[in-house]
Design a protein around this ligand. Structure first.
Ligand code: GTP
Ligand code: MG
Length: 323
């Protein structure tokens, strides 16, 4: 029997009472238990540490995650999917499209195009593989209330897609504070699995955290909670082979003597958790520049795009047209 058909109550050490506690904390499958940190099982489900250890071990043994060979790692990497942006410039910048099993962060000042790209990707995800899509649905977590269904409708219609069907394929959640945001992601594994979610968006990842934790004394608590939140997102991406997109703002870096005085908010925690970081900037002639600023294997290159009726499209700045 595989982990898919087993219930969490089938694990050694999980009776009805513990199963209830786990479900209430959002752990409703063996795979969600296998990837949860022990500390989290203790804190969120109120388990004894020794019990949490035992359950975690049983879950991992059931789905056999502990040791893999490099060959298996390579096989897993080959299952990685790529989502087309509908712009070949952006696809090329990202090494062939947005990756599953990773967190891609779009960072930039207001109006740079972070939300527009997130909405465009929410459409692209639902297209067939032949069209560069992932043939799945989208979970869109909106922290600022800027998701616009009418804009998604317009993009889909202008691109010749069935706009009503596209809107049906986006599961939307407006979150009002960082606790709510964390709780939503804690419970996302189940819905992502059941609804065949292939893209999970958090737009924007830090706004609540930044608004709620003010002053130096609360910074380390904020960073700890943010870290565990981001790791949860990454584990969902890896366990379910889906893409995660988070957006982030820039903030002034008072220590910058050289180069760009603006840097992504969220410090080292944010920098380490994002697999790929893409900086978006407004440019002249209404164009936008997208630049890889941090990635384990993408080169640090940049490209141009435009925000249009269809969403995002390739662009070439006037002075580069004849190159
Ligand atoms: P913040 O959330 O404020 O940090 O910014 P953001 O990076 O999310 O910006 P967003 O993606 O919302 O981009 C807003 C910009 O997109 C606007 O300034 C417009 O230039 C452009 N835009 C928005 N809607 C449309 C549209 O319907 N058509 C076109 N052509 N452009 C649009
Ligand atoms: Mg936005």
């Amino acid at each position: 029997m595989t982990a898919e058909v087993l219930d969490i109550q089938d694990l050694d050490g999980v009776g009805p009472v513990t199963a209830n506690k786990l479900r209430e904390a959002g752990y409703d499958s063996i795979s969600s238990l296998a990837i949860a940190p022990i500390r989290e099982l203790v804190e969120k489900a109120g388990l004894e540490t020794s019990v949490a250890h035992k359950i975690s071990k049983a879950a991992r043994e059931t789905i056999q995650t502990d040791f893999v060979t490099a060959k298996q790692l390579w096989e897993r990497r080959k299952t990685l999917l790529r989502l087309s942006f509908g712009s070949s410039n952006l696809n090329t910048l990202l090494g062939g499209g947005l990756e599953t099993q990773a967190i891609t962060e779009f960072v930039g000042e207001f109006g740079a195009g972070k939300s527009q790209i997130s909405m465009k990707l929410s459409i692209q995800t639902q297209l067939s593989a032949a069209e560069g899509g992932l043939e799945g649905k989208v979970l869109f977590i909106d922290t600022e209330g800027t998701f616009a269904a009418q804009r998604v409708f317009q993009m889909a219609q202008a691109s010749g897609q069935d706009a009503d069907k596209i809107l049906d394929g986006i599961i939307y959640s407006r979150v009002y504070n960082s606790d709510h945001q964390i709780l939503t992601v804690d419970h996302a594994f189940k819905i992502c699995k059941e609804e065949n979610i292939k893209l999970l968006v958090v737009d924007s990842i830090l706004s609540h955290f930044r608004g709620e934790y003010i002053g130096r004394e609360s910074l380390s608590e904020r960073q700890q909670r943010l870290n565990s939140h981001l790791h949860k997102l990454l584990r969902i991406a890896q366990a379910l082979n889906l893409a995660v997109v988070v957006t982030n703002q820039v903030q002034a870096n008072p220590q910058a003597f050289f180069g760009d005085p603006m840097r992504p908010a969220g410090g080292n925690i944010m920098a380490h958790a994002s697999t790929h970081r893409i900086m978006l900037k407004k440019s002249s002639q209404g164009l936008r520049v997208a630049k890889v600023i941090d990635s384990p294997y993408l080169p640090e290159s940049e490209t141009y795009f435009r925000i249009t009726e269809k969403g995002v499209e390739d662009a070439v700045p006037r002075n580069k047209r004849d190159e």
